[in-house]
Design a protein around this ligand. Structure first.
Ligand code: AMP
Ligand code: GLY
Length: 418
């Protein structure tokens, strides 16, 4: 067979990391990206001039691309995997019915209740008064029941914050029309668990933790993620086993029982409460920025693995995780997350030697320099034998990169570890 061809769908830092891991696979595939970014275009062939999925599928067939890997959830909710299946194209990423685990919080809650997966209690409401009636104490958690690019969740310490969010949802319809979940507030450290899932089988990947708040000490507004840390050693084996038995296994067998055949990454956002691990959310794709921390730990043939996995077989001989720690530092642009500033030239990229730099929101200007083009701009990712070493390496390399107004945390990989 000539070289395998694979296309990655998406344009952010996560997709940059997936593209690079595929390129570094021992099977050395040819990699395409849609829509991609200028930085991704340095590694992969960007597919240009295509604006919608049907045209994309024509391109995939014409170029005889063997595998489509979904990075972003939005295309999956639009039915990317269903359309691939109808066209006979292998796709890594679930069909719409599976993507609903992320796309509808109510669907996910009903699924968890049906299959005995531990999660917070909740009420589903359709108007602000019903929401007020359902709130029994503070803090409470309000979640819009649909895709909201990570902005549809409010952890409300008091009535004033709850009222402000209810106004956004029901009066301003900031996320469009839809229901709202009033959810029990869960306390504890968070952890992100990822699994490859295919037809009732699963393989748990290297666990990770992300840092969602803008500021040090987990202060400030929620963001898309200001950093992440990953390692096979992140969780005690007994805890990982408990998560597998109580959460991952019943989820995967629940999908099969429901006739919801799932092939793709499945992300479990967990809260490690005093009562045991509980699911905060499912996502039907890899985490961002956790993916940027996890991918450099992979050794082997991720591309070959995913091609086989997309046909329903998880073959564990294809790759393994290096037993290291990996730390990902995000640099965000001025004003983020309320706004973001574009066009600041990024300095020092060529100085980085001992880390990988993944681009989330950059573009190349007329002189060929990379400049900011989005809220989260880039991630600097480094490894080490210990967590402390990985943190030191990531910060030593990260300080070489800068741009006007850059925002970054100084406690990634440190905070939330005792
Ligand atoms: P999500 O978009 O569902 O990941 O929620 C964003 C963040 O809100 C999570 O990472 C948690 O920090 C927080 N969160 C969501 N649900 C809960 C909950 N039930 N209790 C406490 N915090 C929550
Ligand atoms: N790291 C959070 C997310 O990808 O949703």
């Amino acid at each position: 067979m000539s070289a395998m061809k694979v296309i990655v769908i998406g344009k952010g830092g996560r997709e940059h990391a997936i593209v690079r891991a595929l390129k570094e696979s021992s099977s050395a595939p040819e990699v395409y990206a849609w829509p991609g970014s200028d930085a991704i275009g340095q590694l992969a062939q960007r597919v240009e001039g295509i604006s919608a999925v049907p045209e994309l599928l024509n391109f995939i067939q014409k170029e005889e691309i063997h595998l489509c890997v979904a990075g972003e959830e939005s295309y999956l909710m639009q039915g990317l995997a269903d359309a691939c299946e109808a066209s006979g194209i292998a796709c890594w990423g679930p069909k719409r019915q599976g993507a609903l685990l992320e796309g509808s919080k109510e669907f996910a809650k009903e699924f968890m209740d049906r299959h005995g997966v531990p999660t917070g209690t909740y009420d589903s409401v359709s108007d602000a008064q019903a929401a007020r009636d359902a709130i029994s104490s503070y803090p409470c958690v309000l979640k819009f029941d649909g895709l909201a690019a990570g902005k549809g969740v409010a952890v409300c310490p008091d009535e004033a914050t709850a009222e402000a969010f209810l106004k956004e949802v029901f009066d301003d319809e900031r996320f469009g029309s839809g229901k709202l979940l009033v959810e029990e507030y869960l306390e504890g450290p968070e952890v992100s668990i990822f699994a490859m899932v295919a037809d009732g089988d699963y393989q748990i990947l290297c666990p990770a933790r992300d840092y969602k708040r803008l500021g040090d000490g987990d202060e400030g507004p929620n963001t898309g993620g200001m950093g992440a840390v990953a390692s096979p050693q992140l969780l005690e084996p007994a805890l990982l086993q408990r998560i597998e038995e109580e959460i991952v296994r019943p989820t995967v067998s629940g999908l099969e029982k429901d006739g919801n055949r799932y092939r793709g990454f499945l992300y479990f956002g967990l809260m490690l409460t005093d009562d045991g691990p509980k699911v905060i959310e499912y996502n039907c794709r890899f985490g961002d920025p956790e993916c940027q921390a996890v991918m450099p730990l992979i050794e082997g043939d991720l591309a070959g693995y995913l091609l086989k996995a997309a046909s329903g077989v998880l073959d564990r001989t294809y790759f393994s995780f290096q037993d290291l720690w990996s730390v990902c530092l995000v640099l965000a642009s001025a004003g983020y997350p309320a706004s973001s500033r574009n066009g600041d030239v990024i300095r020092g990229l060529e100085e980085v030697q001992g880390a990988r730099v993944y681009h989330a929101g950059t573009r190349q200007n007329a002189e060929g320099q990379f400049e900011t083009a989005g809220g989260r701009v880039l991630a600097v990712v480094a490894q080490g034998a210990t967590r402390e070493e990985a943190v030191a390496n990531a910060y030593a390399e990260g300080t070489k990169v800068d741009f006007d107004g850059a925002q970054r945390r100084s406690d990634i990989g440190v905070r939330n570890f005792t």
